[in-house]
Ligand binder design. Structure first.
Ligand SMILES: Nc1ncnc2c1ncn2[C@@H]1O[C@H](COP(=O)(O)OP(=O)(O)OP(=O)(O)O)[C@@H](O)[C@H]1O
Ligand SMILES: [Mg+2]
Length: 234
C-alpha cells in the first residue's frame, strides 16, 4: 500500500526507484498510468491530469482521462510482454495502428526506425520467442517508443536478463536519456542507478524515505533505513 507519495519529475530526468521487495515500487509505477487505480491523489503528465478523491468510484469519465494520460506514457515490464503471435516489426506497429489509427506506411516507417535504433534492424521479421531476452526487452522498448511517449516507465527491465545482455538494454536507456527522454526506472541494478540516474528515490513501506542525487544516496545516505537497505546489497 502506498501512503502519501508525492513526486515531481522534470522533463528529461532519469529517476531510479529502489527499495526492498514489497515496498510498493511496482504499485507506484502502475498508479502513474492507472494500471492500478489509486484511492486518492493526482497524476499529471504534460497537460493531462487525472484526480482521485477516494469518495467516488472509477467513472467512465475518469477512464477517458486516464486513456489520454496513458497516451503520454510508455511502459516496459520485467517480462517483456511482447505479443508472441506477431513479429518484432508487427509488435512495434500495432499500438500506433490500433490506438492512433496510423497509416500502415507511417507505422512501419516509425517502427523500423526505432527498431534500428535499439539495434534490432536485423531481426524485424523474427518472432519474440526466437530472440534473446535482451533483444526482446529492446523490442519492448521500441514498441513503447512507437507511441511517442513523453515519459517512459520501466519495472525492473533487466531483472530477468544475464548481465551482458542487460547492459545492451541499459545502453538503450542511457541513449534515450541523452536525447532528453524522461524516464522512471524501478531497478535492483545499483550500478546503473548510481551511474545513470539524476535522482534516486529510496522507497520503503509505501513511502519515499529518502531521495537525492546518486552520489549522496549511495555514499552518504541520511536515513538509517536507506543505509540498512544499501548494506544488505553489499
Ligand atoms: N492491488 C493491490 N491491492 C492491495 N495490495 C497490493 C496490490 N498489489 C500489490 N499489493 C501489495 O502491495 C505491496 C507492494 O507491492 P509491489 O508489488 O508494489 O512491491 P515492489 O516494491 O514492486 O516489490 P518487488 O521488488 O518484489 O517487485 C505488497 O505488499 C503487495 O502484496
Ligand atoms: Mg515490483
Amino acid at each position: 500500500m502506498l501512503k502519501g507519495i508525492s513526486l515531481a519529475v522534470a522533463r528529461g530526468e532519469l529517476i531510479s526507484l529502489i527499495g526492498p521487495s514489497g515496498c510498493g515500487k511496482s504499485t507506484f509505477l502502475r498508479c502513474l498510468n492507472f494500471l492500478e487505480i489509486p484511492d486518492s491523489g493526482d497524476v499529471r503528465v504534460v497537460d493531462v491530469t487525472v484526480s482521485r478523491t477516494g469518495r467516488r468510484g472509477w467513472l467512465r469519465a475518469d477512464e477517458r482521462q486516464a486513456h489520454q494520460l496513458r497516451a503520454h506514457v510508455g511502459m516496459v515490464f520485467q517480462s517483456f510482454n511482447l505479443f508472441p503471435q506477431y513479429t518484432v516489426l508487427q509488435n512495434a506497429m500495432l499500438a500506433p495502428r490500433v490506438v492512433k489509427r496510423a497509416r500502415v506506411q507511417d507505422a512501419e516507417h516509425t517502427a523500423r526506425q526505432l527498431l534500428e535504433k535499439v539495434g534490432l534492424g536485423h531481426v524485424l521479421d523474427r518472432y519474440p520467442q526466437t530472440l534473446s531476452g535482451g533483444q526482446q526487452q529492446r523490442a519492448a522498448i521500441a514498441r513503447a517508443l512507437a507511441m511517442k511517449p513523453d515519459v517512459m516507465l520501466y519495472d525492473e527491465p533487466t531483472s530477468a536478463l544475464d548481465p551482458e545482455v542487460a547492459e545492451e538494454v541499459l545502453n538503450v536507456m542511457r541513449a534515450l536519456d541523452d536525447e532528453g527522454m524522461t524516464q522512471i526506472v524501478v531497478t535492483h541494478d545499483m550500478r546503473f542507478a548510481r551511474a545513470a540516474a539524476d535522482r534516486v528515490l529510496y522507497v520503503e513501506g509505501g513511502k519515499i524515505v529518502e531521495e537525492g542525487p546518486p552520489e549522496t544516496m549511495f555514499a552518504e545516505p541520511r536515513d538509517a533505513r536507506t543505509r540498512r537497505f544499501l548494506r544488505t546489497l553489499l
